[in-house]
Structure formats: structure tokens, C-alpha cells
Design a protein. Structure first.
Length: 87
């Protein structure tokens, strides 16, 4: 299991959706996800991409399409198997 999670944060939803579509068209594994609170206090979206080796290609897509981002972030995977268990 991977120990890091790779996120791209955005200034607005429009740029996030545009980049997501372009990433998928380039066969890069990614998903739209809520922005982790430890990265930003806003309640916006982010893109969670699977492979850190895809970052240069994603940067190229961003530059070629004039997409505004807040930045790339890598955080430790923090999965609590007891989260939301009340019994």
C-alpha cells in the first residue's frame, strides 16, 4: 500500500474540472476528491492522482492549457480503520 497521497489544489472548481478531463484524456489515473483540511481550509475540490511519476506530464498539461492551480501537495496516507465506527 502506498504511503503518500498526491493532490492538486485549485483556486476554483472550473479549473479543477478542466484539468481532470484533460488528465483522463491522457490516460492518467486520477479522481476528483474533497480538499483535505490539512492542505486548505476551503471546501473546494482537488485532484488526487495515483502515481507521483505522472507529475511532469500533469505539469505539462497545466502549462499547455493555462490552468490555474494553487499547487501540488503530497501528504502521508492517514487511514483510520475505526473511523465512523460507533460500537
Amino acid at each position: 500500500m502506498k504511503n503518500k497521497m498526491n493532490y492538486i489544489l485549485f483556486k476554483d472548481v472550473e479549473n479543477g474540472k478542466k484539468l481532470y478531463d484533460l488528465i483522463k484524456n491522457n490516460s492518467i489515473k486520477a479522481t476528483i476528491a474533497p480538499t483535505p483540511r490539512i492542505l486548505d481550509i476551503c471546501c473546494g475540490i482537488s485532484i488526487l492522482y495515483d502515481n507521483i511519476e505522472d507529475k511532469p506530464k500533469i505539469e505539462e498539461i497545466i502549462k499547455e492549457n493555462n490552468i490555474e492551480i494553487k499547487g501540488f501537495h503530497e501528504i502521508e496516507r492517514d487511514i483510520d480503520p475505526n473511523r465512523m465506527k460507533f460500537l
